[in-house]
Design a protein around this ligand. Structure first.
Ligand SMILES: CCCCCCCC/C=C\CCCCCCCCCCC/C=C/C(=O)SCCNC(=O)CCNC(=O)[C@H](O)C(C)(C)COP(=O)(O)OP(=O)(O)OC[C@H]1O[C@@H](n2cnc3c(N)ncnc32)[C@H](O)[C@@H]1OP(=O)(O)O
Ligand SMILES: Cc1cc2nc3c(=O)[nH]c(=O)nc-3n(C[C@H](O)[C@H](O)[C@H](O)COP(=O)(O)OP(=O)(O)OC[C@H]3O[C@@H](n4cnc5c(N)ncnc54)[C@H](O)[C@@H]3O)c2cc1C
Length: 560
């Protein structure tokens, strides 16, 4: 995040000076934005950067305990420098949050520079899983930096202390977060596909019940309940991969437009990165835990690879923007778009479907049979109608409040659901678009088509209440979707293992005795147990101190 911050907010001169140092690890940087008292509310940050025209320097200061920087990854032990976000004060006026490059530690002996207090914030969730990352705390006591270490692409402070705003939107200050959020979506697919690969392979090996005439028991993968829990997660791993690829394209496109001062797609980039980051990370965190349960007792062992994956993954729901806060950003943009519909302004990009408001508010889903749900046009329209109607309902309810802000506050739980519906529509749309493309490999397209339908119909089934409450579907059509879903699971089953093998993960990368490619699960589990440090001694360390006195007492009593 240090590098993208300098790239996005630094002038060419600043990039030339700092980036080569960072690339060669001659300096190590971190992104110091969040404070003890404020993370989500960036405008609420308290650290100050006051310009001193006498010396041509900024004075970086932490005025309160709550202004201590808190969480930056790499800050605790490794970083020599940070991009610090602070309130810029010049000529007695507070100009809000800006980025500054600040050296924290000596390049000679790594000791903190004068006026800098720093350290690690302590152990984190999951007994050490994420503790290889040194998340830090940082306080400044009037630390001076040269004026040219303010990141000056978006705004400048002159030698005399005049504040000059460039003609670019101030939201570009948040560009680093947009960049990382888009990469987190693709990473969600990676983490989810790892968990699903472990659970599918193990479910093909694990057998319980169902033996007839002394024959083999049933592979748990053949149980309908196992399939209905696991295959939607498999489909989600593919769905997030495709939407992640698309988001990466969108981000690249926006960046190219920004270079020629075209800011028209900035809002779209913000809404899509924020919303997709929120929906995919929440779904992935839940799915990793579901995969643990799908692997039964053995899933709870560290050697399954799932506990560590979960512990490392769950903070993704919080870092780079708390998921609820991000979805409320999407909801704000949805409400803005709905309010502009009456003025004739045509929504664009992923909001374009809202332009069909007249049709979608009244349309009746034409599905009559379970097979009808295989028609992507029906799926697409059902998701569009649900998302639009939820957004319009929210807008109408907000409109009845005494003022907009109050209405938004009161309706925020509904707004959250409307934002999720809009984002799920994007995921479904991008999956449908993907399977319409030329896909090489015999039968591959058909498999992806199945997964696309599983993702869409499972999402529909899970959120059926939304579809019914908005009148987008009838209860009968909801039941038909569920019927079709069951048939799709049966079609996915023969290829389930191949569909996870296709992720092409090595055993080393998976780090799971349950997810081994060769399926040799039981010998591996048995062998792994003997590696437990508790098994280094036959008689445990505490035996003489704690167990023996108890056992001897019992022995004495039994002899009486
Ligand atoms: C063996 C090992 C096993 C384990 C292995 C595990 C392997 C697992 C596999 C994968 C793991 C995944 C790994 C992923 C790796 C990724 C790296 C992650 C690193 C994490 C580091 C974390 C870093 C951080 O967290 S940095 C700090 C992040 N902080 C935040 O996100 C703060 C959130 N808050 C905000 O963004 C803002 O405060 C806000 C947007 C909520 C509100 O801002 P405000 O200024 O108050 O603005 P507001 O009034 O709401 O809006 C004003 C207008 O601005 C528009 N707008 C807002 N934001 C943006 C934007 N970003 N871009 C463009 N426009 C924006 C908004 O829409 C408003 O527009 P309007 O037109 O005026 O209405
Ligand atoms: C592992 C990890 C790594 C991190 N790395 C970095 C880093 O490198 N650099 C950095 O600067 N930061 C980093 N962070 C900090 C991270 O960005 C913040 O923790 C995150 O943005 C959430 O902010 P918060 O902690 O203030 O949560 P809060 O905003 O305090 O959230 C608490 C609760 O309040 C709710 N809430 C907050 N505001 C609203 C609202 N307006 N409406 C409704 N509900 C609301 C949230 O949904 C949540 O349930 C990291 C955090 C973690 C966990």
């Amino acid at each position: 995040m240090f590098v993208p911050a300098i790239k996005g907010q630094g002038t060419e001169e600043q990039q030339k000076k700092w980036l080569p140092l960072a690339y060669k690890f001659q300096i190590i940087g971190c992104y110091a934005q969040t404070e003890l008292g404020h993370g989500s509310n960036v405008q609420g940050l308290e650290t100050t950067a006051t310009f001193d025209p006498m010396t041509d320097e900024f004075v970086i200061h932490s005025p309160t305990l709550t202004s201590s920087k808190w969480w930056p990854g790499g800050l605790g032990k490794a970083s020599t420098h940070a991009v610090v976000y602070a309130r810029l004060i010049t000529e007695g006026k507070d100009y809000g949050i800006h980025g500054f490059i600040v050296q924290l530690r000596s390049l000679e002996d790594h000791s903190p520079l004068p006026g800098v207090t720093l350290g690690d914030i302590g152990g984190k969730f999951g007994s050490g899983a994420y503790n290889s990352m040194d998340n830090g705390v940082l306080r400044f006591d009037h630390v001076r930096i040269p004026r040219d270490q303010m990141l000056m692409r978006l705004s400048q402070v002159t030698r005399e202390g005049k504040y000059v705003q460039s003609d670019v939107p101030k939201q570009l200050l948040y560009g680093t977060m947009v960049y990382v959020r888009q990469s987190i979506v693709a990473d969600a697919s990676k983490a989810l596909s790892r968990a699903v690969c472990i659970a599918v392979r193990y479910s093909a090996i694990r057998k319980q019940f169902g033996s007839q005439d002394g024959g083999p028991e049933t592979q748990v993968l053949n149980y309908r309940t196992q399939q209905s829990r696991l295959f939607p997660l498999l489909a989600s791993a593919y769905a997030f991969r495709f939407v992640g690829d698309w988001l990466n394209w969108l981000y690249t496109d926006v960046t190219q437009k920004l270079e020629v001062k075209d800011y028209s797609t900035l809002q779209e980039a913000h809404a899509c990165t924020a919303g997709l980051k929120a929906v995919t990370t929440s779904a992935t965190a839940d799915a990793i835990e579901e995969c643990r349960k799908l692997c039964g007792g053995h899933g709870y062992l560290n050697s399954s690879g799932l506990p560590e994956l979960f512990a490392v993954y769950v903070p993704a729901c919080t870092y780079e923007g708390d998921n609820v806060v991000l979805l409320l950003q999407v909801a704000r943009i949805l409400m803005k778009t709905v309010s502009q519909l009456t003025s004739g302004k045509q929504p664009v990009g992923t909001m374009a479907y809202m332009g069909k408001v007249q049709h979608l508010m009244q349309s009746k889903c034409a599905v009559k049979t379970a097979e009808d749900w295989l028609n992507p046009a029906f799926i697409q329209e059902a998701f569009e109608a649900r998302a639009l109607r939820m957004a319009v309902n929210c807008a109408q309810n907000i409109g009845q409040a005494s003022n907009q802000e109050e209405g938004f506050y009161e309706r925020s739980p509904d707004l959250l659901e409307a934002a999720v519906a809009h984002i799920q529509l994007i995921i479904v749309t991008k999956f449908i678009e993907k399977v319409h493309q030329d896909i090489p490999g015999h039968g591959v397209k058909e498999q992806l088509q199945n997964l696309c339908n599983v993702y869409a119909l499972y999402t529909l089934h899970k959120h059926l209440g939304d579809f019914l409450a908005t009148g987008s579907l009838t209860p009968k059509q909801g039941a038909l979707a569920n019927e079709q879903l069951g048939k799709l699971y049966a079609q996915v089953r023969p290829n389930a293992v191949a569909l996870v093998d296709a992720f092409n993960y090595t055993d080393h990368y998976l780090g799971s005795v349950l997810g081994r490619y060769d399926g040799n699960v039981y010998p591996a589990l048995y062998e792994e147990a003997w590696k437990d440090p508790l098994n280094e001694t036959v008689v445990p360390e505490g035996y003489h101190e704690y167990l023996r006195p108890l056992l001897k007492q019992q022995l004495k009593l039994s002899r009486l």
